[in-house]
Design a protein around this ligand. Structure first.
Ligand SMILES: [Zn+2]
Length: 373
């Protein structure tokens, strides 16, 4: 790969955010003169990473309609792999996040078996990617734990942190750029790609609970990648013990396992999945109603904390309860009693569980555009 040329990278990232703009608009946005813009865009056209796409609006003075530029979204493909404690999901997408291939497999992921599954997925995607000029441009892994750039620091619900995943994949596929990120951060990136707002928090509730934070359009990682680990903020002093070593963490009251465990402690017939709980709730089961109300009470405390520390424009909930109980986010909004909630929306993700995997792919795309030329 040639030496990085920042102006070309700026052009690519600008075109990604503002598709279909003219050279003249690019020149204004980047404060570069028109001849420089022409030189750089001609080179990018030669590489086929961008393309001309029809014409824009004519000028107010009635001048000729300019030819517009956009990213060549079919230049190559990016792969996302979500390594959850009990499931591996992958998505192969073009540069516009259109899914070319997708798959998921229920499996208990361990440090011993992870590479075997990963190799199988990557190997299967190398051949179809060859039909694209750029081939497979990168792979990004979402990890259900704390990730600090190339290192997995801790995964409380499985032992993948004991594997040097970055090194293992980079060694096996030396020409493939490899990226890692936390699963809630992946969700937040996906939501940011889709949202009109520049400040948002994506809250993911599954086997654990975490948040991804986007401030002014950028992911907040914090020292050691610790930002967003709100599932391990304590709400009940001396409360239930947690895998992180503390007691009384949010995760012990609002994660799927915690919710089911509470239901099973008050109901006669135990349930094993959140889907079953949602079904019982919709049937009017009093224990299910009590369980959801208790969950909302703790989640409202979480919303309160997020609103007061970050004040995002949107808090986006990724959970089966939010997806499948229509008034869930409205009930949560109503129960979040603070005078600081004006203009802060609590909404459910439109991507449902795919926000994590699409966010991982989006990271690979962003990294590719930043590393190009
Ligand atoms: Zn904890």
């Amino acid at each position: 790969m040639a030496e990085r040329v920042p102006n070309e990278v700026q052009i690519l990232t600008t075109l990604y955010k503002h598709p279909n703009i003219s050279r003249s608009d690019l020149s204004q946005k980047l404060q570069l003169n028109k001849s420089s813009i022409s030189e750089y865009t001609n080179q990018l056209l030669d590489y086929e990473i961008i393309r001309e796409n029809g014409t824009g609006d004519s000028t107010t003075k009635g001048g000729r309609k300019p030819i517009c530029l956009e990213i060549n979204y079919q230049y190559g493909l990016c792969l996302g792999i979500d390594l959850a404690p009990h499931k591996i999901t992958f998505a192969l997408c073009d540069l516009q996040l259109n899914i070319i291939d997708y798959g998921e497999q229920l499996v208990d992921v361990t440090k011993e078996n992870a590479m075997q599954y990963i190799s199988k997925i990557i190997d299967a995607q190398l051949t179809p990617s060859k039909a694209y000029k750029g081939g497979l441009l990168g792979v990004a892994f979402s990890i259900h734990g704390i990730v600090d750039k190339k290192k997995i620091r801790f995964t409380p619900n499985y032992d993948i942190y004991k594997l040097d995943l970055f090194h293992a994949v980079s060694t096996q596929y030396p020409s493939l750029p490899v990226h890692l990120l936390n699963e809630s951060n992946a969700s937040a990136l996906c939501e940011a790609y889709n949202s009109h707002v520049r400040n948002l928090v994506a809250v993911n509730v599954g086997s654990g609970l975490g948040a991804g934070i986007i401030i002014d359009g950028r992911l907040l990682q914090g020292v050691n990648g610790y930002a967003g680990e709100i599932g391990h903020a304590i709400i009940v002093p001396d409360g239930k013990p947690c895998n992180c070593g503390n007691e009384g963490c949010f995760e012990q009251y609002c994660s799927e396992g915690a919710i089911l465990s509470y239901y099973n402690s008050i109901a006669r017939t135990p349930l094993t999945t959140i889907t079953d709980l949602i079904h019982e709730y919709k049937q009017g089961n009093a224990c299910a109603e009590q369980t959801i109300q208790r969950d909302l009470k703790y989640m409202a405390l979480l919303m309160n904390h997020i609103m007061k520390t970050i004040a995002p424009e949107q808090i986006i909930i990724n959970s089966d309860l939010a997806y499948h109980i229509a008034p869930y986010t409205q009930m949560l909004t109503d129960m979040t009693t603070t005078t600081y909630k004006q203009n802060i929306e609590i909404i459910s993700s439109v991507f449902h569980h795919r926000s994590v995997i699409l966010g991982a792919v989006y990271l690979a795309i962003q990294e590719f555009l930043h590393a190009f030329v």
